[in-house]
Design a protein around this ligand. Structure first.
Ligand SMILES: Nc1ncnc2c1ncn2[C@@H]1O[C@H](COP(=O)(O)OP(=O)(O)O)[C@@H](O)[C@H]1O
Ligand SMILES: [Mg+2]
Length: 300
């Protein structure tokens, strides 16, 4: 739903009220009221402070439960780290949130109003959930600038042709994004010539051009050098608060950097998944000293 459409909806409702009176609107349950409801339902409602609610979600593949009554709540602006052994269901969880996999049972809501299980993958992306897969998927033959430009032009809120010029504010956003992902010096460089880490940042930049409210990042630092990993932690910490982030990673040093950096006053929660459910949840120190977590994941 574009801001324009939202404005149009609000305007139409105001006109209707003026013409028929507020009472008529309330009594009629009619056109304007239902139009207002439609307008509402496309915009994520975060008044309660939550951005994502996953409740007792179960996913089976041929009888095997990849997710087993998984529940997870993410607050607006939170940076949540999720760890757990291979096969724990971390990627499947992201598949459910993004609409790639429909669960057998359970609930998943974006904000308090958007039922993710009723939407298609493309609709979920349009509502403001961005996902970064493990492998970078940038356009190798295009420059850094062109990759970001393309992402801006496929903005879910604005329908336009690929040949249209970026608006001044989009161009501003592009330049600030390039700085944020530390690729301003590489603007004209062809993406295929970037390092693995730089490609990952470029793809994150492309996601950011779409202004997602919730970002899901699946093993973002796999294959990165130590320095790239540190810079990625800084990048995510700079996004904290402006976006909500769910980060799945195995790299415990990286998790430590995320948890201990940034807005320290906010205690960050780490969730440990195991066999499709939450095994433990709490501060990093809490989960690191949890006997079950040590047994199944961290080792002794
Ligand atoms: N499409 C699928 N078909 C069958 N089994 C699957 C499918 N996707 C995932 N699984 C299984 O579900 C379990 C959880 O996988 P996954 O979510 O990828 O775990 P993680 O990301 O935590 O390593 C694994 O045992 C995996 O083999
Ligand atoms: Mg995975």
């Amino acid at each position: 739903m574009t801001p324009d459409l939202l404005d149009a909806g609000a305007k139409r409702l105001a006109e209707y009220r003026e013409k028929h009176g507020a009472e008529a609107t309330a009594q009629s349950g009619g056109q304007a009221a239902s139009f207002a409801r439609v307008v509402q339902s496309n915009v994520v409602d975060i008044a309660s402070g939550g951005i994502l609610y996953v409740d007792e979600v179960t996913v089976s593949f041929d009888g095997f439960r990849a997710l087993n009554k998984l529940s997870l709540d993410i607050r607006v602006g939170e940076l949540r780290c999720i760890i757990g052994p291979n096969g724990a269901g971390k990627t499947t969880m992201m598949d459910v949130i993004t609409g790639k996999t429909k669960p057998d049972s359970g609930k998943a809501f974006f904000g308090s109003n958007i039922d993710l299980l009723r939407l298609r993958e493309s609709e979920i992306a349009e509502r403001g959930i961005g996902r970064k897969f493990q492998k970078p998927t940038v356009f190798e033959h295009l420059s850094v600038f062109e990759n970001l430009e393309l992402a801006a032009k496929t903005d879910r809120r604005v329908r336009r042709t690929m040949f249209a010029k970026l608006t001044a504010s989009e161009l501003d956003q592009l330049h600030s994004t390039m700085k944020l992902i530390q690729l301003a010096q590489e603007s004209a460089r062809v993406a295929g010539n970037l390092s693995h880490g730089q490609k990952q940042w470029l793809e994150i930049g492309m996601l950011l051009m779409q202004k997602p409210q919730l970002l899901l990042l699946d093993e973002p630092v796999a294959g990165m050098t130590d320095e790239e990993t540190e810079r990625t932690a800084e990048l995510f910490l700079s996004l904290e608060g402006k976006h909500s982030l769910v980060v799945v990673e195995h790299d415990m040093k990286f998790i430590g950097e995320l948890v201990n950096g940034g807005q320290r006053e906010k205690k960050k929660i780490v969730t440990v998944l195991h066999e499709g459910s939450v095994l433990a949840e709490g501060s990093l120190a809490d989960v690191q000293s949890n006997d079950r977590v040590i047994e199944v994941y961290l080792g002794r």
